[in-house]
Design a protein around this ligand. Structure first.
Ligand SMILES: NC(=O)c1ccc[n+]([C@@H]2O[C@H](COP(=O)([O-])OP(=O)(O)OC[C@H]3O[C@@H](n4cnc5c(N)ncnc54)[C@H](OP(=O)(O)O)[C@@H]3O)[C@@H](O)[C@H]2O)c1
Length: 239
């Protein structure tokens, strides 16, 4: 296969943008999505991409995007389910909206998009799926019952789907970042940062580029024999 097409959700900033940049450098054609409209070609410095404004928690949005890609004859070989949100709150104060919006984006969004692409991957007997989970899904985190639940569910999703699809040469893996420098962690107070650093043996936050390098590896032929795995990239936080 010469040039592969990859769909990266949540590519307008942070980890998703770093993943899109890395994959452009590696020669992929990138279909990037986010709710906000962005000039992805300008952000990536490449015309080897297109952007779709899509809310991953909206199944109709996803169906329209897939229809549009099919019309343009763009077959997606690789999928990176990166879009995610937090709505942190102590459980006592967490309301249904805090719960539903996080589950709808972080978990249902992965279901809708993966489901809409899986038939064509099965047909072509090739597919690479990487979900961006979180160390919170492995360890739990006070104030993040909704977020940790959505990410922990990706573990079962990844392992079960990997078993279903391995015979079709489709791999499914889960990347679990710890604290990564991004808009999501910019909201932390100095005390929260200090507390986080005390839990990280490598004593620093990771970078989006480090996560992107791991995702690029999992999509590459070098990782053809890796499936159903959860790979932590967290400076040793979850040992
Ligand atoms: N940063 C960390 O420390 C960290 C740690 C562990 C895991 N993660 C995970 O890594 C992923 C990326 O995080 P990040 O730190 O890069 O977050 P971020 O800077 O807040 O970026 C999130 C991206 O997702 C998009 N997005 C959010 N909701 C969406 C929706 N409903 N539909 C489509 N796109 C949506 C956003 O674009 P729009 O707002 O324009 O839609 C944006 O592009 C997330 O899944 C997060 O849970 C991050």
């Amino acid at each position: 296969m010469d040039k592969k097409n990859v769909l990266v959700t949540g590519c307008s900033r942070g980890i998703g943008l770093a993943i899109a940049k890395k994959l452009i450098d590696e020669g992929y054609f990138v279909v990037g999505t986010s709710r906000s409209k962005i000039d992805l070609a300008n952000l990536l410095g490449s015309d080897n991409c297109l952007h779709q404004a899509v809310d991953v928690s909206n199944e109709d949005d996803i169906s329209s995007m897939i229809e549009s890609l099919t019309k343009q004859d763009i077959h997606i070989h690789c999928l990176v389910n990166n879009a995610g949100i937090t709505k942190d709150q102590l459980f006592m104060r967490m309301n249904s909206d805090d719960w539903n919006s996080v589950i709808n984006t972080n978990l249902n969004g992965v279901f809708y998009l993966t489901k809409s692409l899986i038939k064509s991957m099965v047909k072509s007997k090739y597919g690479r799926i990487v979900n961006i989970s979180s160390v919170a899904g492995l360890m739990g985190n006070a104030g993040q019952v909704n977020y940790a639940s959505s990410k922990a569910a990706l573990s079962g999703f990844t392992k079960s789907l990997a078993k279903e699809l391995a015979s079709r040469n489709i791999t499914v893996n889960n990347v679990c970042p710890g604290f990564i420098e991004s808009d999501m962690t910019k909201e932390l107070s100095d005390a929260q940062i200090e507390n986080a650093l005390q839990q990280i043996p490598l004593q620093r936050f990771g970078t989006a580029e480090e996560v992107a390098a791991l995702v690029a590896y999992l999509l590459s032929d070098a990782a053809n024999y890796i499936t159903g795995q959860e790979l932590s990239i967290d400076g040793g936080m979850y040992i």
